[in-house]
Design a protein around this ligand. Structure first.
Ligand code: PLZ
Length: 449
């Protein structure tokens, strides 16, 4: 049973058993009896409690969390200003359904989204529960507004696991295999992925742009396209950062052809990339932006924000859902947004991003299995290859993750070729703790050199 006496949690990695310890091992067995075997486990312990960047497991091990629940806990685990608002809200009321009896928290979250997202025009928002649900709704809105059906997505893209978003997601295994048929009218385009670009990397942005525009015009017809949907930095696909010019080029093409440009900022949003939203990096102004993850520090909440005339074009009661913008999730979001702004987590993301980038770049000089270091802000990754080639090295990835796990460092993988190690620490992580994690990663790479 959790008791407040367990706080504060020392921001230090410390193992008292092997990973998993006996209590976790017991729970893993019990889980196996009760929970569908289809759900994976990235780190094989059961959590007891957490704070900041440390997860304490049921055996008393302090695990360093460099994944933040997949870019969700930007403000850190059990952030006080989030927890306090949640506790107050759950005592006041926990649910009405916003479409039945409205409440202020929902409006305040929409106001914050309208204010914080890029775009110097009047914006409005609607709230949902998950990233996938936000994408579903963004596509509904774009189709209804344009009266067109085609949706453009990209190689390596990830947008969710519902039927429409599975169709939008690129990778077959594990997301799509055997789950078809998929929603129609989704068209996948080549992605500007410099590291794997066939030819001169410096021409990647322009060449990719030309290819995409050519394919849209010749194979689909621009006037049939409702939306172009893209992550400004691809997350699950392996932290692929499109080279400068690619995104602005896509935005211009969309504008010229009456296509809604949707930035999926579910993973990149809320200070993660060293800007409040990654779209700001090249000053693009998406027509619609989807948000989730970092918005509410772990409570299920997502949003679609965009041009008021688009958001208002939907017929009355056309959007909704029982739980979308749940009051407790909204309270958490208001706490998380307050922390992000007051504690200047944008600046923190740049600071810890620089540390990660410098350390990873130094490792790349030592370990020939690192093909590339990339990312922006506190969203940094290394792509592992067979030395001297660009051939993916998923075996090395498995070995590195295993090493880190045994040392109590939680690191996530990513990538179409399952060969990318991504770092997504809570933005509040202390510098020493981050360096400790990076030194374990360094040892892990050395161990398989
Ligand atoms: N768009 C850009 O990163 C979620 C997926 C975890 P949901 N990414 C983590 C898993 O394996 O299921 C994501 C994303 C981008 C959309 C989504 C979907 O968000 O909240 O998981 O539905």
């Amino acid at each position: 049973m959790y008791s407040e006496a367990k706080k504060p949690v020392a921001q230090k990695r410390k193992l008292v058993t092997a990973i998993p310890g006996p209590k976790s091992a017991e729970l893993i067995k019990r889980r196996g009896e009760a929970v569908s075997a289809s759900l994976g486990t990235a780190f094989p312990v059961f959590i007891d409690h957490a704070q900041g960047a440390i997860i304490v497991d049921v055996d008393g091990n302090s695990i360093l969390d460099l994944g933040a629940g997949i870019a969700v806990l930007n403000v850190g685990h059990t952030q006080n200003r989030v927890a306090d608002r949640v506790k107050t809200q759950i005592d006041a009321f926990s649910h009405t359904c916003f479409m039945v009896v409205p409440y202020t928290g929902y409006v305040e979250v929409c106001e914050a989204l309208n204010r914080l997202t890029p775009g110097k025009f009047k914006k409005k928002s609607a709230l949902f529960n998950s990233g996938a649900e936000a994408l579903e709704n963004a596509v509904k809105i774009a189709r209804s507004y344009t009266k067109r059906s085609a949706v453009i997505v990209f190689e390596h893209g990830y947008h969710g696991r519902t039927n429409l978003t599975m169709a939008m997601t690129a990778k077959n295994m594990p997301y799509k295999d055997s789950f078809g048929p998929f929603a129609p009218e989704i068209y996948r385009m080549p992605m500007a992925y410099p590291f794997r670009w066939n030819g001169d990397q410096s021409k990647c942005a322009q060449e990719a742009l030309d290819m995409v525009i050519h394919k849209i015009e010749k194979e689909i017809g621009a006037k049939n396209v409702a939306a172009i949907v893209i992550e400004p930095i691809q997350g699950e696909g392996g932290f692929i950062v499109p080279p400068k010019g690619f995104l602005p080029g896509m935005v211009n093409f969309a504008k010229e052809n009456g296509i809604i440009f949707i930035a999926d900022e579910v993973q990149t949003g809320f200070a993660r990339t060293g800007k409040m939203f990654a779209s700001e990096d090249e000053n693009i102004e998406p027509d619609l932006i989807t948000t989730a993850k970092g918005i509410a520090a772990g409570l299920p909440l997502s949003g679609v924000t965009g041009r008021a005339e688009i958001m208002d074009s939907i017929h009355l009661s056309g959007l909704g859902g029982t739980y979308g913008g749940n009051p407790i999730a909204c309270a958490a979001a208001l706490g998380a947004i307050e922390v992000i702004e007051q504690d200047n987590l944008v600046e923190r993301a740049n600071k810890i991003g620089q540390i990660m980038h410098d350390e990873l770049t130094a490792m790349m000089k030592r370990y020939s299995i690192i093909g590339e270091v990339r990312g922006r802000g506190a969203m940094q990754a290394i792509e592992l290859v067979k030395p001297g080639t660009t051939e993916p090295n998923p075996e090395a990835l498995t070995a590195v993750i295993k090493y880190c796990t045994n040392k109590g460092v939680l690191i996530l993988s990513a990538g179409t070729y399952a060969n990318v190690i991504r770092l997504l620490p809570p933005l509040v992580i202390e510098e020493d703790l981050l360096r400790d994690g990076l030194s374990v990663l360094d040892e892990a790479l050395a161990s398989i050199k």
